[in-house]
Ligand binder design. Structure first.
Ligand SMILES: [Ca+2]
Length: 334
């Protein structure tokens, strides 16, 4: 591939990193920042960060939190902007207490007042601008509900060709169950994954318009990679860089530790997706297949299915778990 160059700064070993332009669209929960941390530490060519207000963090706190992240990691040259607060269709929402925690930036609690604005203040406008003006086609890493991306492709269908590839944290493919009911949320749906569930129509529109240049990193893969207590304690003992220190302090939150990390519930959802987008070698099993997404309301809303009537896509089904976890730690702390 044109943009693969050898990079020796990653975890002390030598692996190939994608060096083309990368735009991250996210919803700024704890694992979104873990993903951004790895991208920053790996010196990915990040040309913009957008976030949706219909994901986990709400728009105004998300804006303060990403400002703080970029300021503390010396990355304020990267433009950032928020999109819309509502999905394209329906009224699916993440649980309020998850949203409150994300708004408070977990263990970081207080965020900085936003002192410097990006020139473009609207998320959809920023993504459209990046796709239109980038010298090279843009790789998108989608870490939340895909409302921003879908809206850009509705307004500017010609920009679909400017997307080199899109890596999506989302979906749960047979035989893996969804992750809504396991969270104890009283929603009658045991098949959907949260990001797709929040805005299934957006996900399907993006799939239709970008296929076959789309890779899903679904629960089939992410469920296998857990940030557990020993891993957290390792980070507690060693976080020498600005970015690893920030991620450590964010995770060092009583509620996050007690209810999520120590119980083995924190998966590397978004960081796994971001790292795969930068280096495919962690993927050990995948399907080149056709995918459809259920957009109708009901107990299957947001389900991702293999379907001969669907659109071509790649679905990651397994990864090199230990190698990834080691690589993530080394990258973050180097
Ligand atoms: Ca996310």
């Amino acid at each position: 591939m044109a943009h693969q160059v050898l990079d020796s700064t990653i975890l002390g070993s030598t692996i190939d990193i994608f060096r083309g332009p990368v735009h991250v669209d996210s919803d700024l929960a704890e694992d979104d920042f873990m993903a951004l941390g790895a991208l920053v530490a790996a010196k990915a060519n990040i040309i913009g960060i957008t976030f949706t207000g219909c994901g986990i963090a709400r728009l105004a706190p998300a804006r303060r939190n990403i400002f703080r992240f970029l300021k503390e990691t010396n990355m304020l040259h990267v433009p950032f902007a928020g999109g819309n607060a509502l999905p394209l269709q329906g009224d699916h929402k993440f649980p309020e207490n998850w949203r409150n925690q994300a708004d408070q930036f977990y263990g970081l609690k207080e965020s900085l007042h936003v002192e410097e604005e990006s020139e473009i203040k609207d998320g959809e406008e920023l993504l459209a601008h990046n796709l239109r003006t980038s010298m090279e086609k843009v790789r998108i890493i989608a870490l939340g509900p895909m409302t921003n991306i879908a809206k850009v492709l509705r307004s500017h269908p010609e920009l679909a060709d400017r997307i080199e590839h899109i890596y999506v944290m989302g979906g749960a493919f047979h035989p893996v169950q969804g992750n809504i009911q396991p969270c104890g949320v009283p929603i009658d749906n045991d098949v959907a994954e949260w990001n797709i569930y929040i805005d299934p129509l957006a996900a399907r529109e993006v799939l239709e318009k970008v296929s076959p240049r789309i890779t899903f990193v679904p629960l089939n893969a992410t469920d296998k990679v857990v940030l557990d207590a020993p891993y957290f304690h390792r980070l507690e003992q060693y976080h020498p860089t600005a970015v690893s220190d920030l991620i450590y302090r964010m995770l060092n939150d009583e509620e996050l530790l007690g209810k999520i990390i120590y119980r083995g519930f924190l998966c590397f959802w978004d960081p796994l997706t971001a790292v795969i987008a930068m280096n495919d070698s962690f993927v050990t099993s995948w399907e080149d297949t056709k995918v459809d997404i259920v957009t109708e309301e009901g107990k299957h809303s947001g389900q991702t299915i293999y379907s001969t009537n669907g659109c071509r896509a790649r679905v990651v089904t397994d990864v090199a778990v230990e190698r990834f976890k080691e690589c993530y730690f080394t990258t973050l702390t180097s």
